[in-house]
Design a binder for this molecule. Structure first.
Ligand code: FES
Ligand SMILES: [Fe+2]
Length: 439
């Protein structure tokens, strides 16, 4: 359980906060590249670590990310004209390029050098894996991007999407490292007889109280949740937290799954979930016991984006409509009555409030990974603040080259050595039996 001060420290991400300073050491997935579809297109409002920013793609195709407030007298650059390699403020016509240089100041005498003394606040951006990455940190030369396998996928094999969640970033992330909710929130009404015999799901619903093994790693922390999988065998769900806000979840087969999930803090109360992974078609059997077809697990309908600070990638099913809960379905076949795994996660984590008061919680043995990750984040943030210690992974991009997933191992096997090769990125394992993922 966190103290009140620790709860504040781990949740707040604005400029000057302990956790905000930690986040600013890393590259951040700020938006999807597809949000800026063409040169000189419309600017987009972006909220990131509590800062109000405006993103635009210039005539050459480069992405700029500027503080929205014009350095002249503060009009919003969101209303700017995106033209000829820069964003021109509509108030007095000052124009800024993607680096924040003032390249035109038409309301000053032509001989004036004032424009050379003015800069807009601009953050470096790069595009990789269908995502615009931004660096909001203190270094003149940003660190390398994390070596995530998902960023190298060919465009036609990659599945990249974003969804806004209306709660604190860590509250949202913790759902990804809390494996025991899977057998309730998502599959609480599924009996093992309804799952394919011998599949991962079969073992997961046969025993809904797994035991845990946990290790700290160079990139963060990793757990293995294990339970019986027939005589002499254990079913392991292996998942990772990677600094500062990534997860590798155990939903697919270990050794085949390429998926990184980012829980990017927009501000203290809003999170941009960014999923970067391989669009692998997966064999799926409809779990019976459900009175209506379940939609694709992760894709749920979104509202059209609006231009507000929190107007991007909002689910249609939200708190205002109780996530379209169907009580009849909940009584007759489904555990929650809420359609879609992502929406189920969204409902419970948002229902905790914008920032949950963790002094009120009662953590059990199934929360061991949640406890560990909070501790690691606080330790890293304090070490940075007190001694300037570079946080995990910032200068070690290679540590991100790792995979998670589900695997069945002999009971006596050491889970770490037995899965070492399967956890390595970019290794092909054609021998793996994907039928275990079948439901
Ligand atoms: S406020 Fe932007 S040019 Fe004057
Ligand atoms: Fe979940």
């Amino acid at each position: 359980m966190l103290s009140e001060r620790e709860n504040e420290a781990v949740s707040r991400v604005g400029p000057g906060t302990l956790m905000g300073s930690l986040m600013r050491q890393y590259w951040l997935p700020a938006m999807l590249a597809s949000e800026l579809p063409r040169p000189d297109g419309d600017p987009v409002r972006v909220m990131l670590l509590g800062e109000q920013l405006v993103a635009f793609r210039d005539t050459k195709g480069q992405v700029g990310l500027l503080a929205h407030s014009c350095p002249h007298r503060g009009a919003s650059l969101f209303f700017g004209r995106n033209e000829e390699d820069g964003l021109r403020c509509v108030y007095h016509g000052w124009k800024f390029d993607v680096n924040g240089r003032c390249v035109d100041m038409p309301n000053e005498p032509p001989a004036s050098t004032f424009r050379d003394k003015v800069r807009a606040c601009a953050y470096p951006c790069v595009e990789r894996g269908g995502v615009v990455w931004a660096y909001l940190g203190p270094r003149a030369t940003p660190p390398p991007l994390p070596d995530l396998e998902a960023l190298e996928l060919p465009e036609n094999q990659a599945d990249v999407f974003a969804i806004q969640r209306e709660c604190n970033w860590l509250q949202a992330l913790e759902g990804d490292i809390d494996t025991s909710h899977f057998g309730f929130l998502h599959f609480g009404a599924t009996r093992k007889e309804e799952a394919g015999p011998g599949t991962f799901l079969y073992y997961a619903v046969a025993d809904r109280a797994p035991r845990y093994a946990l290790v700290d790693t160079e990139y963060g922390s990793m757990y293995g949740a294990y339970r019986p999988a027939g005589p002499g065998r254990l079913y392991w769900r292996i998942a990772q937290f990677l600094f500062p806000f990534y997860t590798h979840i155990p939903s697919g087969t270990l050794g085949r799954q390429v998926l990184t999930r980012a829980w990017v803090p927009m501000d203290d109360h809003h999170t941009l979930f960014v999923s970067m992974g391989a669009a692998a078609p997966r064999p799926r059997r409809q779990a019976s016991g459900s009175s209506r077809p379940r939609r694709a697990a992760l894709r749920t309908p979104l509202r059209p984006n609006s231009t507000g600070w929190h107007g991007r990638f909002r689910l249609e099913a939200d708190a205002a409509n109780d996530y379209l809960i169907d009580r009849n379905w909940q009584r007759n076949g489904d555990f929650t009555g809420i359609d879609g795994i992502f929406t189920q996660d969204q409902a419970v984590t948002e229902s905790m409030g914008p920032v949950y008061d963790r002094t009120k919680e009662h953590l059990g043995s199934s929360d061991v990974m949640v406890i560990r990750v909070r501790r690691r984040l606080l330790d890293a943030a304090r070490a940075l603040a007190e001694r300037g210690a570079v946080p995990p992974g910032v200068d070690e991009p290679h540590v991100y080259a790792t995979r998670s997933g589900s695997v069945i191992l002999p009971e006596k096997a050491d889970w770490l050595s037995a899965t070492e090769e399967l956890r390595r990125a970019r290794v092909s394992h054609p021998e793996l039996d994907l039928a275990l993922e079948t439901r």
